[in-house]
Design a protein around this ligand. Structure first.
Ligand code: NAD
Length: 281
């Protein structure tokens, strides 16, 4: 097994480039899925208040026998709690659910520009408090568009360590990704497999056959070679294993280019557009 590379963040911390995502895993299945992932070698788990399974992630980590410091854990602020006092309470609750005294990374889950009078700036300043008091080792954002990032740059002091955005072969999200690259914001790619849809693409299937790898490994390896941080989700042990075996082969530059060519722009988007997302649960 080859080691998972680390990506250095703009605050000096580092994050394993490959992790395990637990979105849509019911709480009663989360501890077991996370246990399998940790046993196979994953050392990075991506959860969120809105996933309703932080408690089970914490339980799995404690049951694994690993030290807290060996596993990088991310959570995210619930959309309903953007006002500073609510965000403070919600963050306390996240730590209590996880049973930790810190998280490695805490994100604003969505910018929600149509809610809270368009004010995600005071929410971000509240996350700055969590970083200052050490309870969030790193802070970042999710689903922020370039104009949202520019506004944070103009009105606040801390540059987000990461921006977690929808990104897969059908939505390269290149404008947001390259803004991050230029400004020291690492890009995390959510739904890296487009929830399985891109695995049937004939180009992916053909590259996989030639490389004697699975379509999921080809797509995840494409992310890794482009520098994206990924955390595919699965509850099937064999797939969890397969998604971890990415570091003993390489795609040729021509294959990377062919996969880049699958971009469908906005038509390829799976989730809501961040400018319009207004769900608060
Ligand atoms: P994903 O792209 O990781 O796809 C997961 C699905 O792909 C699985 O349910 C399964 O059907 C299929 N799959 C996984 N591995 C496979 C394999 N080896 N072979 C065949 N099929 C396979 O989708 P996701 O769960 O939406 O995204 C991953 C993670 O990203 C989430 O768990 C979560 O942590 C994060 N996320 C964040 C946001 C956000 O707004 N910040 C939104 C969605 C997801």
């Amino acid at each position: 097994m080859t080691d998972v590379p680390s990506i250095q963040l703009n605050d000096g911390n580092s994050i394993p480039q490959l992790g395990f995502g637990v979105f849509q895993i019911p709480p009663e299945e989360t501890a077991e899925a996370t246990r399998v992932a940790l046993e196979l070698g994953y050392r990075h788990i991506d959860t969120a208040e809105m996933y309703g399974n932080e408690r089970e992630v914490g339980e799995a980590l404690r049951a694994s026998g690993l030290d807290r410091g060996e596993v990088f854990v991310t959570s995210k602020l619930n959309n309903g709690y953007h006002r500073p006092d609510d965000a403070r309470r919600a963050f306390d609750q996240t730590l209590s659910e996880l049973g930790f005294d810190y998280v490695d990374l805490f994100l604003i889950h969505w910018p929600l520009p149509t809610l809270y009078d368009g004010d995600y700036v005071s929410t971000w300043k509240t996350l700055e408090e969590f970083k200052a008091d050490g309870r969030a080792r790193s802070i970042g954002v999710s689903n922020f568009e370039v104009d949202h990032l520019e506004r944070l740059a103009a009105e606040t002091d801390v540059v987000p360590a990461v921006n977690q955005i929808e990104l897969h072969p059908y939505l390269l999200n290149e404008e947001v990704r390259s803004y991050g690259e230029e400004h020291g914001i690492a890009t995390e790619a959510w739904s890296p497999l487009k929830q399985g849809e891109v695995l049937r693409d004939p180009v992916i299937v053909e590259i996989a056959e030639r490389a004697a790898r699975t379509p999921a490994q080809v797509v995840l390896r494409w992310h890794v070679q482009r520098g994206n941080i990924v955390f595919p989700k699965s509850t099937t042990p064999e797939r969890i294993r397969e998604n971890f075996e990415l570091f003993d082969f390489e795609l040729e530059p021509g294959d990377i280019e062919r996969i880049n060519g699958l971009d469908r722009g906005e038509a390829g988007r799976n989730g809501p557009h961040p400018d319009r997302m207004a769900y608060t649960g």
